[in-house]
Design a protein. Structure first.
Length: 621
């Protein structure tokens, strides 16, 4: 319901602003914030030149982008906030019309273009372009199916405050030219319904919800979900006013005052009319949960996925047992259980001025190993590395990569951000994370986020050229994080025993996510049971375990399963490739080929490897 219109506004602000190993963004990370980007360079192995600003695109990318643009033009017309986010000034004073009539018109236009693209796909000879056309068709088939299901079965909470904040933030940002920002006032007037011909945005969303509520047997959001979203709205509204003050615009006070009142009334209406009918149970119908999984790129049924994850969980625990004994022996600890050893390793926290030097040294060691073992082609630039601010560390208490812009990139690169250790783990405070800031965690963290993980992956995207179809329609946790988790696996055998154990602990978390998430939705386990597994068996801090469970049941059901799914698919692809090639298998060539594909869903990546890479290697003498 209204997903095409409102969701596209939310996506316009780049809410996937951070990318982190095994950790989806917290709900706080989608709230208004300003993140400064700095860097502290570390040495790296030079091999492949980085992409120059505005590097020429391969011919297939140009042709694919022409096809994708036909669909994007329709989306941008119906969601002009997204056009602003892409730097298209013609859309800056326009807003989305979230009516059912506009949604129907948009789908008709999209279906017309998709029909033409299907005819083109039948004749297309380039495999890369065919894959992109398949990505586009699959994306819209899934979107339309989900829209239809929701229109028939559910009442969604359409968060007016969040959507409007995002729509204005696309213009009120330091990266936006100053002469574009006054259009935010025009956009504000339209959201508030002051501009002639416009109704208050919140009134239209309210009407959409009323239309859904009139249908028999519809499913309402959960109480926890509504409370979480409504609880964030004041922050969005305050942030809107702060943005207009920051950029010293004029004429915004009157429409903002009206908008404040409208949004407050909208939330009051939701609390009085929708909240009493909200579900006390967080569980989703299996059909809707399956749509969630498919949206994250997972085509395995939930129960089958959970069974696979349980088996992997047990196997990983078995792998951890001898490593824990070896680590304890090195430290002369009288411990044998992996849980106790992990807890002991967590006590060796990295603080303050020692964080950057420590990570730089580990990064250099990893770079040297990659070069010595000839594992993958490396960029000729160092990793951009910096410390998070205290505010950032509170909001996002784990290491992450700030991805570079993939569209219209003019030389920007990703930035590896390290959180500060703000609290002593021994304090026992409920909000204390001790999961990412200890010594043994540095190796798998660097492998995932930097080299040979996401930073290298993003650099390859920019160097080799990536089509808009892959960037905008195939970008999800599976396509991105599968390489990061595979990188952890790739580097594990070269790590000290302490870090090998923590690498496996992280893999244990991903297996746990892949059975806890679906089993919470099926009712097989309770949130309290899931928390115990994460705290006792995975050895997460209470703060981290609590956030994970909240993600499973509230913020993004299904998403956390994608880490395990994507990693296992990529690892299996490597094993099958090794079996097909035997002694001809070359790890570096395999890795370079994988990275050169950009963001491909697992099935299309397998097809590319088996139909292109394997035959090419078999022909070599």
């Amino acid at each position: 319901m209204c997903r095409t219109a409102v969701s596209s506004i939310l996506l316009a602000a780049g809410l996937m602003a951070t990318h982190s190993a095994g950790q989806a963004q917290s709900s706080a990370s989608t709230k208004p914030s300003s993140v400064a980007v700095g860097s502290a360079a570390a040495p790296a192995v030079a091999a492949k030149p980085s992409a120059p600003a505005e590097a020429p695109q391969p011919a297939w990318v140009q042709r694919s982008n022409e096809y994708t643009q036909k669909l994007l033009d329709i989306q941008l017309k119906h969601s002009p906030e997204s056009g602003s986010a892409q730097g298209k000034t013609a859309y800056d004073s326009s807003i989305t019309n979230p009516t059912r009539a506009d949604e129907i018109a948009q789908r008709a236009e999209l279906n017309g273009v998709l029909a033409k693209l299907n005819k083109i796909a039948a004749k297309e000879k380039d495999g890369n372009v065919r894959a992109d056309l398949e990505i586009l068709q699959h994306a819209y088939d899934l979107q339309f199916s989900r829209d239809d299901y929701q229109a028939d079965h559910s009442v969604q909470f359409l968060d007016a405050s969040r959507a409007i904040y995002v729509g204005l933030h696309t213009l009120l940002d330091d990266k936006v030219a100053a002469d574009r920002r006054p259009d935010a006032v025009v956009r504000l007037r339209k959201y508030a319904g002051i501009e002639p011909g416009y109704k208050p945005f919140s009134d239209i969303l309210k009407q959409r919800m009323i239309e859904q509520m009139a249908k028999p047997g519809v499913l309402y959001p959960s109480t926890a979900q509504l409370e979480d979203q409504l609880g964030s709205d004041k922050g969005y509204i305050d942030a809107i006013g702060a943005l207009f003050v920051k950029y010293k615009l004029t004429g915004w006070q009157e429409p903002f005052a009206k908008l404040q009142q409208e949004l407050a009334e909208y939330d009051t209406w939701v609390r009085s009319t929708v909240m009493p009918k909200a579900r006390s149970n967080f569980r989703m119908p299996v059909e809707e949960y399956t749509f969630n999984l498919r949206g994250y790129g997972i085509d395995t049924p939930p129960d089958q996925l959970a069974a696979q994850a349980h088996a992997a969980f047990t196997e990983i625990q078995a792998e951890m047992a001898p490593l824990a004994v070896a680590a304890a022996k090195q430290h002369a600890w009288p411990l044998t259980d992996y849980r106790d050893v992990v807890l002991e390793l967590k006590k060796h926290q990295i603080d303050g001025d020692t964080i950057l030097p420590f990570y730089k040294a580990r990064l250099q060691e990893i770079d040297d190993i990659i070069a010595a073992k000839n594992l993958v082609t490396m960029p000729d630039r160092p990793v951009d590395l910096r410390l998070a601010t205290a505010t950032e560390s509170t909001k996002t208490p784990f290491p992450y990569i700030l991805p570079p812009p993939f569209l219209h990139n003019t030389g920007q690169r990703g930035v590896f951000v390290l959180p500060l250790n703000l609290d002593s783990p021994s304090s026992g405070a409920p909000g204390t994370y001790d999961d990412f800031t200890f010594e043994a965690a540095a190796w798998p963290t660097i492998a995932h986020e930097a080299r040979p993980g996401s930073d290298l992956e993003f650099d390859a995207f920019l160097h080799d050229g990536m089509s808009d179809a892959r960037m905008m329609y195939a970008y999800n946790t599976i396509d991105v994080d599968s390489w990061g988790l595979y990188s952890e696996w790739l580097m594990q055998s070269y790590e000290p025993v302490d870090s090998q154990l923590i690498t496996l602990q992280r893999r244990l978390l991903h297996a746990a996510q892949a059975f806890l998430d679906p089993e919470l939705q099926s009712g097989k386990i309770t949130p309290n049971d899931a928390t115990k597994v994460l705290e006792n068996d995975v050895v997460l801090s209470p703060a981290y375990a609590g956030e994970e469970v909240d993600r499973f049941i509230n913020r993004s059901p299904g998403q956390a399963t994608s880490y395990f799914y994507g990693y296992t698919k990529l690892l299996q692809l490597r094993k099958d490739t090794e079996e097909a090639l035997g002694p001809r298998f070359n790890a570096k060539l395999f890795h370079d080929f994988i990275l050169a594909q950009g963001l491909l869903p697992p099935d299309l990546l397998r097809k590319a490897v088996m139909e292109d890479f394997v035959p090419a290697q078999q022909k070599k003498k």
